[in-house]
Ligand binder design. Structure first.
Ligand code: SF4
Length: 322
């Protein structure tokens, strides 16, 4: 029987090449990708279908939220707990390997591509902390690392594995041509946790409402955010689509103008009367009330409130997070 492995698949070129190199070395490969509100499985789906490999999509949200609460190795430049996130993904893949009787887990990591996280020592640390020593294969750099168990047992042809290192992408581009891989995204990007603006919103949510309500995490990428003096948060729609989404949102107090067009807003947890009054003025200021003769009428929950027309938004600038 063929040696069988799970290969982590992001959809990027290196993860696609890892599959091809392992297949050439004699393995049967199934791919694994992880899905959360912070990164999607779309790239992996597309790549797995083009490569013709079975793809397992794992909901990684609970794992990621736990790491965001308290990442043992801290965050990268934004709210990205990369070291622990990567190690936990490998650990989950290792559990699947054991459960299904597969022989190894593989990744498309290249030694030296990211000097901090992909040097020889760091790759060894991940193998150890995930409990996969001897069963974690990096086919693109395997010849620069100790042989793994499937290689030593001759189940995987080590001579067909590669010795790529460093940041230069020339060899990967040449291999992509050789394997007929034409569709792959640029190496960076795809994870919102590495984006500064998104991370600001996430940190604000973590510091105030917390990350326990998944619905609030899921809508972090939409709408303007404000944190008011009493620490209530206002999520304010920016366009028709966002307003429609917030209108159906199941959590919090909903506000929207009723006698002129304007945004839908959500207050997940109202903390003070002063915050409520500011939120009413905020919705009013972002409404299209220039043609309105009298006051703006705003529905908040089941009640109607009337506020003076005021198109000046500068009052709210200091409260805006993103
Ligand atoms: S970039 Fe995002 S998905 Fe990738 S390891 Fe870092 S936190 Fe995890």
């Amino acid at each position: 029987m063929k040696c069988r492995g799970f290969s982590l698949m992001s959809g990027g070129l290196d993860s696609q090449l890892a599959v091809k190199v392992l297949e050439r070395a004699g393995a049967y490969i199934e791919a694994i990708c992880f899905s959360t509100p912070f990164f999607s499985a779309d790239g992996a789906k597309k790549a797995a279908s083009a490569l013709g490999v079975k793809l397992h999509i794992i909901d990684f949200t609970d794992d990621e939220i736990k790491l965001l609460e308290n990442p043992p190795h801290g965050f990268g430049g934004a709210m990205n707990p990369c070291i622990d996130c990567h190690a936990t993904m490998i650990k989950r893949a290792g559990e699947m390997m054991q459960r299904d009787g597969f022989d190894f887990v593989a990744t498309g990591e290249v030694m030296g591509q990211r000097p901090m996280s992909q040097n020889k020592q760091a790759l060894g640390v991940v193998a150890k902390s995930s409990g996969l020593v001897g069963r974690l294969i990096r086919p693109l750099s395997a010849l620069l690392l100790e042989p793994t168990i499937p290689e030593s047992e001759g189940k995987l042809d080590r001579e067909k594995l590669l010795d790529i290192s460093g940041r230069c992408r020339e060899r990967q581009i040449a291999l992509a041509k050789e394997f007929g891989i034409i569709d792959y995204p640029s190496p960076a990007g795809g994870c919102k946790l590495t984006e500064e603006g998104y991370s600001r919103k996430l940190k604000d949510l973590k510091d105030h409402e917390g990350l326990g309500e998944r619905k609030l995490v899921e809508i972090l990428s939409v709408a303007r955010r404000f944190r008011l003096p009493g620490f209530s948060s206002v999520i304010l729609g920016r366009d028709k689509n966002e307003n429609a989404l917030l209108k159906e949102f199941p959590v919090g107090l909903k506000l929207a103008p009723v006698n002129c067009p304007g945004p839908t807003a959500i207050i997940p947890e109202l903390k003070s009367q002063e915050d409520f009054n500011i939120a009413l003025r905020l919705v009013g200021a972002y409404s299209k009330a220039d043609r309105l003769e009298g006051d703006i009428s705003i529905r908040a929950g089941e009640e109607l409130y009337s506020i003076k027309r005021n198109l000046d938004r500068t009052e709210f600038k200091d409260y805006q997070i993103c």
